[in-house]
Design a protein around this ligand. Structure first.
Ligand code: HPA
Length: 269
């Protein structure tokens, strides 16, 4: 399945991306920054799972940022849509096989740490997988890496250091936090948020972790940034809604684009 997708992409684009960016809910737009863009709808790539949620466009964009070859995954699939963790990781695995060495993930998340505010960008330092699923479960494919990959530095300090430096240079505040991945799609209860805080989570979201696990297995360098689209249940007045998630994503998009433009060239030097 992976091989068919890899071959398809090799046949459609001569250049090979070195860095990939995965754009989360409402965080699209960065793809417009690439020169010499080739846009490939997921539906045209063999085996590629297609997202169905509003706010996820669903295409792979290949192009260049200066001298750097970049792949952007605009839209991802989620476990709450019924996809498996391996399907959620499919795109990252294909890009890894295409030669990508570094993946920058973005996502929308609820803020648990009260130092954050709606609209904050947070660098993920570590995660807690509460999705009850792992993309590596099932038959082992040796071509992807070890059966039991180490996850003790899933978000390497070296890249986080660069990420902090670039943020400081732009005057963007970029605290670090631990991301708890839940299945969704219902938002959490206030009791669940208190539990998540107790176990060490600063952020909660419904994505990213399956992809990060698959990327680590392949030996790819990972960086992940959450956009706090809302404070988590019980920490803000009013009800949580997907609409709020999309609206905050939209509001932060400009800052995120500026940041990614400055960040990506630094990751491959
Ligand atoms: N909870 C879980 N996932 C989310 C949230 C949230 O509050 N906001 C954005 N994604």
């Amino acid at each position: 399945m992976l091989e068919a997708a890899v071959q398809h992409l090799q046949s459609r684009a001569a250049r090979r991306p070195a860095v990939a960016v995965v754009l989360g809910s409402g965080l699209g737009g960065f793809a417009g920054e690439l020169d010499g863009r080739i846009e490939i709808p997921y539906a045209e790539i063999p085996g590629w799972p297609c997202p169905a949620v509003a706010g996820h466009a669903g295409q792979l964009v290949l192009g260049r940022l200066g001298n750097l070859d970049v792949a952007i995954l605009a839209g991802r699939v989620h476990l709450y849509e019924g996809w498996t963790a391996a399907q959620a990781a499919f795109g990252v695995r294909v890009l890894g096989k295409l030669g990508v060495r570094t993946v920058v993930f973005t996502n929308a998340a609820g803020g648990i740490n009260t130092d954050y505010a709606r609209g904050s960008l947070v660098l993920i330092r570590d995660h807690i997988n509460l999705q009850g699923a792992n993309p590596l479960a099932g038959a082992h494919d040796e071509s992807l890496g070890p059966r039991f990959p180490d996850m003790s530095e899933a978000y390497p300090e070296r890249l986080r250091g660069i990420a902090r430096e670039v943020a400081a240079g732009l005057g963007i505040r970029l605290p670090e936090g631990v991301y708890a991945a839940v299945l969704g799609p219902s938002f959490e209860t206030p009791a669940e948020i208190r539990f998540l805080r107790t176990i060490g989570a600063d952020l909660v979201g419904m994505s990213t972790v399956p992809e990060v696990i698959a990327a680590n297995q392949m030996g790819l360098q990972v960086l992940a940034i959450s956009c706090v689209t809302n404070m988590a249940a019980g920490l803000q007045s009013g009800k949580l809604s997907h609409q709020e998630v999309l609206e905050t994503g939209e509001a932060v998009r400009g800052a995120l684009i500026r940041y990614l433009k400055a960040l990506l060239p630094r990751l491959e030097s």
